[in-house]
Design a binder for this molecule. Structure first.
Ligand SMILES: [Zn+2]
Length: 306
């Protein structure tokens, strides 16, 4: 497109000219979709919402894996080698990205850290047992719709810079999407406004941003180290907390082993709400907005049945 513009300006400046359609065709057909690779499916959804038909998006993770225990496949290297943009959450989440980028050796690749500028919530260390692996802060920022708006804006800006020919499309799609995001967020706030209990136990430390935005309290976490197993002592403490504070809901995540939440539910009579941290993890959660609606509905129903 830039070449076409330069050509047009040149010929205009040169005065009288003529050119046939065949002069333009090779330039126009060179406008292939922007090749975008993302780490998590949540970023794929946003890239597609903003980019529409002007982008070709590949997600390295599918939504069924845990974002902490993922290790790249050989095909991921091939995808990154061909990409113009690589979108990551950042904040220490995708620890495997930097070596993948290095090995891909793609000099023109732009890595976009979509969590940039979002203030991170520190991971709590309630006891010696509750150590955590994230030095920078908790990386699960996307579960807060207001942080999501910042991430969407970063993706939009990166696409606009990488492919200025379609800047108008990207900006219009972003504006429309942010309106939908605001609407679903408002619906979620309204839905969760009057639940009789706001305290939950969570599966892994994915929910501090979501909990803060929707005024929920997290009283305990089952898996302090993703990929690990809780100790008997930790489980005993969780059971005591659930009973003492009359906690009625455990948020379990579909990407993780359901055994321990089920054990806690059996021991305490608490209810399980199976949610997903990534779009596509459960039927009916294919997009971020679907996922937000789904999680809020499941959680509200579980909290209301208490
Ligand atoms: Zn996580």
């Amino acid at each position: 497109m830039l070449r076409l513009l330069v050509f047009t300006l040149f010929t205009l400046a040169a005065g009288p000219f003529h050119w046939s359609l065949s002069d333009v065709v090779p330039i126009a057909s060179a406008a292939e979709p922007l090749n975008v690779v993302v780490t998590l499916p949540v970023l794929k959804d946003w890239a597609q919402q903003i980019g529409g038909s002007h982008v070709q998006v590949t997600s390295l993770m599918t939504g069924y894996e845990s974002e902490h225990t993922y290790s790249p496949k050989p095909s991921d290297l091939v995808a990154v080698r061909k990409a113009t943009l690589l979108l990551e959450v950042g904040a220490g989440l995708e620890v495997w990205v930097s070596s993948l980028v290095k090995n891909a050796g793609n000099a023109s690749l732009q890595v976009v850290t979509t969590s940039r500028g979002i203030e991170l919530i520190p991971d709590r260390a309630d006891s010696a047992e509750e150590t955590h692996h994230h030095a920078a802060g908790n990386p699960h920022v996307w579960l807060d719709p207001e942080a999501a708006a910042t991430m969407v804006q970063h993706i939009s800006d990166a696409m606009t810079i990488a492919d200025p020919a379609h800047a108008t499309n990207y900006r219009a799609n972003t504006a429309a999407y942010l309106q939908s995001l605001t609407r679903v967020h408002q619906e979620s706030l309204a839905r969760l406004q009057n639940v009789p209990s706001r305290t939950v136990i969570v599966h892994h430390p994915a929910w501090p941003y979501f909990a803060r935005r929707y005024d929920l309290q997290v009283a305990g976490t089952i898996l302090l180290q993703p990929g690990g197993e809780p100790s008997a002592r930790h489980l005993h403490r969780l059971i005591e907390t659930i009973k003492r504070d009359h906690i009625r809901v455990i948020i379990s995540e579909v990407q993780l082993n359901q055994k321990v939440p089920q054990l806690l539910a059996r021991e305490t009579g608490a209810r399980i709400a199976v949610l997903t941290t990534l779009p596509g993890g459960l039927p009916g959660t294919e997009t971020y907005l679907d996922m937000l609606r789904y999680n809020v509905l499941q959680l509200t129903q579980a909290l209301e049945r208490t």
